[in-house]
Design a protein around this ligand. Sequence first.
Ligand code: NAI
Length: 422
Amino acid sequence: MGRGNPNFDIRDARLARKGRDRTEWAKKSMPVLSQIESAFRKEKPLKGKTLSACLHVTTETAVLMQTLEAGGARVSLCASNPLSTQDDVAAYLARELGIRVFAIKGEDRATYYRHIRSALAHPPDITMDDGADLVSMLHSPNGGSATPIGGTEETTTGVIRLRSMAARSVLRYPIIAVNDADTKHLFDNRYGTGQSTLDGIIRATNRLLAGSTFVVAGYGLCGRGVAMRARGLGANVIVTEVDPLNSLEAVMDGFRVMPMARAAREGDFFCTVTGNAHVIRREHFLQMKDGAIVANSGHFNIEIDIPALEKLSSAKRTIRDFLDEYRLRGGRRIYLLAEGRLVNLAAAEGHPSSVMDMSFANQALSSRYLAREGRGLKADVHHVPRDIDREIARLKLRALGVRIDTLSAEQKKYLSSWETGT
Ligand code: NAI
């Protein structure tokens, strides 16, 4: 609904009420962002700024959009993945908040990129990205000549792409790596991805995990969360890795670690979270058991080599929402979830609000920092200022009702001295 309308392209405006109710529910678990929203409403730090955001269109994103608008920004929003949009939220933002929204769950590739172009139609002062597709588009030959004051990036894969642009001196403006803030990746990537990935796999399959063998590819922050939660549900977890340190950590955390070539024979469930390409490929499909279930929770749908799976298959059919059966020649079946896209956002609702509270507090405060200081920053990838990160941790603890100790004068002196030994 709205094709050709410069202000929105959404599935169905009649879903707005549902989107508003669900956003209200999410907001109850987002005390830090709500506090920032109140401050923004008074201070208007983004007054007169145009902001283009490319994020998963979820209830938590709606709370972030409310915050940015409260701060005085004019926002355009598109999806950062074709399958992650919650259509009721898109309707709420477009119809009730007047935000320019271009996002439809299940949109095809051409529509996905058209929507990114629409979100850039008003040249942005600030960009907010999740995966760097918006920034890439802005740097492409038909991306226009706008040079924003600055931008923010939400996820690991986006930060990797932006660092590569900066290293080749093609990045035109400064970007803050929100992903790298401690109050983001230590919580969102681990606890958010951990819980929501299992949620997505369970909703798509309704299978029991207890007693199954669950293979997690990648033991970074997301992989740790997925492995921890799969074990919590009673699965025997195997980790595959390429990094010796992370492998060692997985071993000492009590997981079996082995190459995918061996894990492929053992797994009932597979989940990739590496940010890398073709981690599960032809030779692995050929080893898998009949009935193996394969999913991805990394940013792009390239971690599983789907073209190779298609080539090996004689038939394909959709059995349930987000669950496709591939019948291999010879009769074995492999089940692919959510077309290999982020299973937690496609088959479930993404991270719980409480954890997005901190990620999006970083987004909001980083955009205020860019509005104030962005012009003085180099065209490079920058850290979230340390005081923002610590302030978010303090606010979150306070919201949780957790109090902590403070250093005494004697302790401060001791920690800054070297004279005292045994
Ligand atoms: P990370 O860099 O902390 O971890 C990735 C791990 O994968 C590293 O330990 C690396 O050694 C390993 N790896 C790389 N190639 C591999 C291979 N061929 N086989 C096995 N292991 C391999 O990254 P993080 O933060 O865990 O993110 C992983 C992916 O998940 C990224 O694409 C990120 O953007 C995405 N992400 C997804 C979220 C979601 O909602 N589903 C949320 C946050 C991040």
